[in-house]
Design a protein around this ligand. Sequence first.
Ligand code: ADP
Ligand code: MG
Length: 353
Amino acid sequence: MNAVPIATDARRTAGPSSDPVVSLRGLSMDFRAGGLLSRQVVHALRSVELDIFRGEIVALVGESGSGKSTIARCVARLQRPTAGSILLDGVDVLRSERRRASRSYRSKVQMVFQDPFGSLNPVHRVEYILERAVRVHGRPRGQREIRARLEELMQTVNLPIELLHSYPHELSGGQRQRIAIARALALEPTVILADEPTSMLDVSVRIGVLNLMRRLRDEQGISILYITHDLASARYVADRTIVMFAGELVEGGESLDLMANPAHPYTQLLLSAVPDPTRIGTFDPEERTRLRAAVLDAADCPFDGDPDQECSRTDPVRHVVGDDTHHWVRCHLYRPEADVATRALTVDADADD
Ligand code: ADP
Ligand code: MG
């Protein structure tokens, strides 16, 4: 009988709504590794529970291969999860398969990819690319209204209107990523899934894209899932940060608090590998390898060998860290005393059925 975590993603207090825009419940994704006949399975997502609220930026951080993009692809419905549900404004989208519902879903949830070079069709001018997105949105518009909308989109992403006449190859990486964001905005999304949107950009233009995301949150109330392996940028831009490790969400909290008081050994590892927290940069790979081995060595875990608590046998549930109800961690190290442990942090998997 496994305890399953329930959502303890407390919401920051600002904002008009306390209902989540997107909720992931028990989202799991298995891939068959090594071809069709192989029995080896990669558990890319293990029972992921996540709420994203209106008008907040949530950073999803973790090393390459931890499952970040798989979450985004499932939420964008580019991939069907093996198990679990995805709720958009409370509606279970995997069960409401009807075409129309899924079309409106696709416009509400927009994805911005890492590679601004690959994501824009090179044979079309920017104007065409954006206009098509505006038309796909479905509202009938006249030519003049569409033109006004295109200009508004260019203004929103801080690009000169003349660039509407350019081809993607005539733009810089940063400008292209802004066009990709403008195209997403053309569909008037409630949620943007930004999968490493700045990692292929020059350091000098990254900050501009991060500031643009903040502006979309503040001025339009858009919710953003910001996927990155760069903790410094997560701290800069995200209200909350969620740490992902090997297909699981292991820690979450308000970004500043989480980075100041990381609870999970893996979060501590990621943070210790950021050479300078005030700079937006990447990890030193050698140091990361060394620290990673240290964290993953079960001998370092005080619960290793304890038949009741061993991580590999008993999934940890979410525990609140300290007095901060917004900050949680999934690690046996934070298990409260027995009487407190049942304090609504867990529910019985069996009782749920
Ligand atoms: P991240 O975005 O954090 O780098 P991914 O979500 O891309 O991680 O991948 C998570 C895990 O799932 C990795 O082990 C990856 O190899 C595996 N994976 C992702 N997509 C596929 C796929 N289509 N087929 C098989 N394995 C996959
Ligand atoms: Mg990825």
